[in-house]
Design a protein around this ligand. Structure first.
Ligand code: SD4
Length: 324
């Protein structure tokens, strides 16, 4: 029996399957609560990206096309120094990109430590669609991109190179609390059919160790979609997200009846309540949507925001947070 049918049957029969009946009812009685689709949300103040996604969704495109092309806006923006072209390099001066994408069928593609190609999100999509694999890394991923016709590009801009040279003078590596408005982009969209997809793309932590990979290309950590339940995406210090498999956790909490907001809050609580957590020194933020179009966001510290485009309105909201 298909999962949806099973949930529906179980709720009708009042059978306990570990899913609170209130939630089962919500997803089975959409007329009561269904919001108007489409809908797109993204981490940080990225209105150009959500506008691109919204325009596609409005014209009937899939949520997958919307998140890919929405993320591409930030990848191409050289002023965004944490995504794609213009991203800050690792401590050796190399810009290396991580990205992943996930569709409503639960398929996913991911690219890790990609050099010389701006649109990591598109390479991730091609890995999902055109290879038998989920993840490609480094030289192999780059070779695959060239085989698709991508051209080698210089990702290190003068500004990012000068910032890196400046950093090298002190050369002190420590994670900084990330409160700027422009950052790793994670995007979640619901299309007119009610299908959910998500994408996430980043140049990772500035001045990271060479070879370091964060949460953003790790399915379940940086991003997770379950089309029956919802989706979540993370930003901030990836190591802390990976340790709690954060995005999967948020989606599973929603499966168990949490609202997107409460699920994000609980996932942050898991990080800060760890024994010896030094959460005062780093930032993590989550955004989430559920199947009926509710959304939420939460971070450890002040400064995080979420952009939402729905009902023809493109707005950035300040996120609630755990601690100063
Ligand atoms: C990483 N999570 O590589 C990414 C970076 C990020 O806000 O999201 N910064 O750890």
């Amino acid at each position: 029996m298909k999962r949806r049918g099973f949930i529906k049957k179980s709720s009708l029969l009042g059978v306990s399957v570990g899913i609170p009946s209130s939630f089962a009812l919500e997803i089975n009685e959409p007329k009561v609560k269904l919001k108007k689709f489409p809908l797109v949300i993204a981490t940080w103040d990225v209105k150009n990206a959500t506008k691109k996604a919204w325009d596609l969704l409005e014209s009937g495109s899939s949520s997958l096309d919307a998140v890919e092309q929405g993320c591409m806006i930030e990848e191409a923006d050289v002023n965004n120094q944490s995504v794609g072209k213009g991203g800050l390099p690792d401590r050796d001066g190399n810009v290396t990109l991580d990205a992943c994408i996930m569709n409503s069928n639960g398929d996913c593609g991911s690219v890790v430590y990609l050099k010389n190609i701006t649109h990591a999100i598109s390479v991730a999509r091609k890995i999902m669609e055109e290879t038998p694999h989920v993840m490609l890394a480094g030289v192999g991923a780059e070779k695959f991109a060239y085989s698709l016709g991508y051209k080698k590009e210089k990702l290190l801009t003068d500004k990012s190179r000068l910032d890196w040279l400046d950093w090298k003078k002190k050369s002190e590596y420590k994670p900084i609390i990330n409160i700027e408005n422009h950052d790793t982009i994670g995007m979640l969209a619901i299309d007119k059919n009610g299908d959910i997809s998500g994408g996430c793309t980043t140049s990772g932590l500035a001045y990271k160790m060479s070879g370091r990979v964060g949460d953003s290309p790790i399915i379940g950590s940086g991003l997770f979609i379950d089309n029956e339940v919802g989706g979540a995406v993370a930003t901030g210090l990836g190591e802390e997200v990976v340790k709690t498999v954060g995005s999967f956790l948020v989606v599973e909490l929603m499966r168990n009846g949490y609202s997107p907001q409460k699920a994000c809050e609980e996932a942050i609580r898991r990080i800060v309540s760890k024994k010896n957590s030094n959460y005062k020194d780093f930032q993590v933020g989550y955004i989430a949507i559920n199947k009926i179009g509710e959304s939420g966001s939460y971070s450890i510290h002040d400064g995080f925001s979420m952009t939402k485009y729905e009902n023809n309105l493109n707005k950035t909201f300040k996120s609630n947070f755990y601690s100063d």
